[in-house]
Design a protein around this ligand. Structure first.
Ligand code: DP6
Length: 346
């Protein structure tokens, strides 16, 4: 390398790059487990709501000078595991395009990372959107969702706004890859909100990826859950079609409890819920006893999300905040799909 070039930071020769924004999504029918680890083909279909909170903004700049990809999150070098996942994802994009530039990736996350608040969904949806454009891949939204899936399964759903279904797809290899994509579903007549009750913003002890592996390998409840999940997904789609928020809530709650039951039966058991999570769940039951539509869902962390009507959201959030002084609540409405920022084309 000539000495002058060595003095120029890689970032200076890479132009403005491409910037994309994506929001997290919360599953109302859960994805838990893969039938193919490398293509990230799920064992079951799932259905989610994209939030209007906690955007992730990611800029991708290409460089021919740097020997490796660089990844910063909130202005700091990404932790090693995250760096490796991003690099693996960029290798997939490079393989699709036959290009070999390295990427300078800068991400700003507004959601607590790794706390079961879907930061990997918004993260890989934003990265897929920005990287596809930066590397000159022209993808329709469905193909973009398949690409985002390769970074993190749930990320495919964040490509779209509002309510979104992720089809499990059929078969293995290329056939499985083609048929496992996300698409938005009509939510006419619904005005839902999800209250995010943060009981602990700290990163979880075990990644969902690792927890899924252990559940599949050791939980006797896993296989039955996948069968129930398929009927829950059909029932959820029917409930959405008739704008029946109570039915949606019942299905969402049993999908979440079922998923957690599979983990509790793993060996050794995996338990993400804390005493404070259970107190919030008790409050949700009490609200329902008072005739209020409120149903809980929980992911790979102790935080609880409560599905309700938008018109009830403020008072339900207040009732949940009152459960404990360390609980903060945020009201999320259906949010937008992933998008390039204006001027973000390469
Ligand atoms: C509990 O999409 O984070 O939030 O595909 O291994 O990256 P990987 O897992 P990830 O898992 C999300 C699991 C969940 C349920 C859901 O979002 O459907």
């Amino acid at each position: 390398m000539n000495p002058e070039a060595a003095m120029v930071p890689a970032i200076l020769e890479t132009g403005d790059g491409v910037t994309a924004v994506a929001h997290p999504n919360i599953a109302l029918v859960k994805y838990w487990g893969k039938r193919d680890e490398s293509l990230i083909l799920p064992a079951t279909g799932s259905l989610s709501m994209t939030l209007n909170l906690y955007p992730t903004t990611t800029t991708v700049r290409l460089t021919t000078r740097a020997p490796a990809d660089s990844v910063t999150m909130n202005s700091r070098p990404a932790p090693r595991q995250t760096h490796l996942r991003v690099e693996r994802f960029l290798n997939t994009v490079r393989a699709f395009t036959g290009r070999d530039e390295r990427a300078v990736v800068e991400t700003t996350n507004t959601v607590p990372t790794g706390a079961g608040l879907a930061s990997s969904a918004s993260g890989f949806a934003a990265l897929a959107t920005a990287a596809a454009t930066a590397f000159g891949l022209e993808l329709d939204p469905r193909a973009l969702s398949r690409l985002a899936r390769r970074g993190s399964g749930s990320a495919c759903r964040s490509i779209f706004g509002g309510l979104v279904v992720w089809h499990a797809g059929t078969g293995d290899g290329a056939a499985g890859d083609r048929s496992s994509y996300a698409e938005p579903i009509d939510a006419e007549g619904l005005d839902p909100a999800l209250i995010i009750a943060v009981v602990d913003p700290a990163p979880k002890a075990m990644s969902s990826r690792e927890a899924m592996r252990r559940t599949i390998a050791t939980s006797p409840f896993y296989l039955p859950w996948t069968t129930v999940n398929a009927t829950d997904l059909d029932a959820m789609r029917a409930a959405v079609a008739r704008a029946d928020l109570d039915a949606m809530g019942e299905i969402a709650e049993r999908s979440a409890f079922g998923m957690h039951a599979t983990m509790l039966a793993a060996r050794p058991p995996i338990r993400y819920l804390s005493p404070l999570s259970l107190s919030v769940l008790d409050r949700v039951v009490a609200l329902r006893a008072d005739g209020i539509t409120a149903y809980a869902t929980m992911d790979a962390g102790p935080n609880v999300k409560v599905l309700c009507a938008r018109t009830d959201a403020t008072r339900i959030a207040a009732a949940i905040s009152a459960v404990g002084q360390h609980i903060s609540t945020h009201v999320a409405l259906p949010g937008p799909g992933a998008a390039l920022l204006p001027g973000g084309g390469s």
